[in-house]
Design a binder for this molecule. Structure first.
Ligand SMILES: [Zn+2]
Length: 147
């Protein structure tokens, strides 16, 4: 694509113009792929005229856009749930899950993944709450055994 302020060529993936430093124009959110618009059954034999591809297009979402921070947050949230049975250890994935989910939440405007962030926050908080409960119960048991 080309720089909007000075017109020089900016290579794909580069965020700023190397000539003037202006921000690169945003890439389109969709890639256009040509398809034939007729519906066919499995037994139909088709001869496709390449000229029929000219005017029909379908929108295919870019699969490269992934909110990885949100994804990591959700995965660690799940891990904090799975490790709930290993007493006192699930606070580690819960903390990591919460940190990544909150960080990921800031990127949802451009990368999406809000659902993953919310899931990560809920799971991590649940994991951390269980950990806190286990610690309090462990401490009270310790206190009553000392008495
Ligand atoms: Zn420029």
């Amino acid at each position: 694509m080309y720089c909007e302020s000075c017109g020089s060529l900016i290579p794909d993936g580069q965020k700023f113009c190397s000539n003037c430093g202006a921000e690169a124009p945003h890439a389109p959110a969709y890639t256009y792929l040509p398809v034939n618009d007729s519906y066919l059954s499995a037994n139909d034999s088709v001869e496709v005229d390449p000229r029929s591809f000219r005017n029909v297009s379908v929108e295919v979402p870019r699969s490269s856009v992934v909110n990885n921070t949100a994804k990591i947050g959700m995965i660690f949230g799940i891990v904090s749930m799975v490790t709930i049975f290993i007493l006192y250890t699930n606070i580690v994935p819960a903390a990591i899950g919460l940190i990544f989910s909150l960080k990921g939440l800031k990127k949802t405007k451009e990368l999406g993944g809000k659902g993953m962030c919310i899931a990560g926050i809920i799971l991590s908080c649940a994991g951390a709450s269980y950990w806190l409960l286990a610690v309090i119960m462990g401490l009270s048991r310790l206190a009553s055994s000392i008495r």
